[in-house]
Write a protein that binds this ligand. Structure first.
Ligand SMILES: [Zn+2]
Length: 177
């Protein structure tokens, strides 16, 4: 949402397609993007969905909402607000609660167990990590890689994210290509 792309007058924008193990729950108009970004998201979302155990007969839902500024104006960005019918803000609250609980457990093994369990079951966090690790996203010269979300400060890639920008992404994951 931050940085404007160079203006191009005839950009073809397409909806992010549903895949085999994931399904787009939001109206197609909520994420109209370049073919390049649609392809990238399709690949990463499919891999994420398979990794976390969804399938063609039981696909996971992904929900986008439209963005308006920066890369969004050119279809080069998309904002994901929910996965498996649960908002990213809820997934982050759940994450914080689990990590907070782990920090208060004195037994190291039990502490690690809680953290591992949340890292396995928290689909918001897993989606963020999948986009971060598998996604080939934009990095405008002199700017950080274009993925921002509720976990950016702890997980990166841009841990120096400002309070303002982190707050703006408390309830969604922004990606651009
Ligand atoms: Zn955005």
């Amino acid at each position: 949402m931050l940085y404007d792309a160079p203006f191009r007058s005839s950009i073809v924008r397409v909806p992010v397609p549903s895949g085999r193990a994931y399904r787009i729950d939001s109206p197609p108009g909520n994420a109209l993007v370049t073919r390049e970004l649609a392809d990238e998201l399709r690949k990463v979302l499919e891999r994420f969905a398979m990794d976390v155990g969804f399938s063609e007969s039981n696909p996971v839902g992904i929900f986008f909402k439209p963005g308006v500024v920066g890369h969004h104006k050119f279809g080069r960005a998309a904002d994901i607000y929910a996965v498996a019918g649960v908002g990213l803000d809820r997934w982050k609250e759940r994450w914080d609660a689990a990590i907070g609980h782990a920090s208060r457990v004195p037994n190291a093994e039990e502490k690690q167990g809680i953290t591992n369990m949340e890292g396995k079951n928290n689909l918001g966090w897993r989606l963020y990590k999948a986009l971060q690790v598998y996604g080939r996203l934009a990095q405008p010269y002199g700017y950080p890689i274009q993925i921002f979300g509720p976990w950016t400060r702890s997980e990166g890639p841009w841990k120096y994210i400002s309070d303002r920008l982190l707050h703006a992404h408390r309830d969604h994951i922004h990606v651009a290509k």
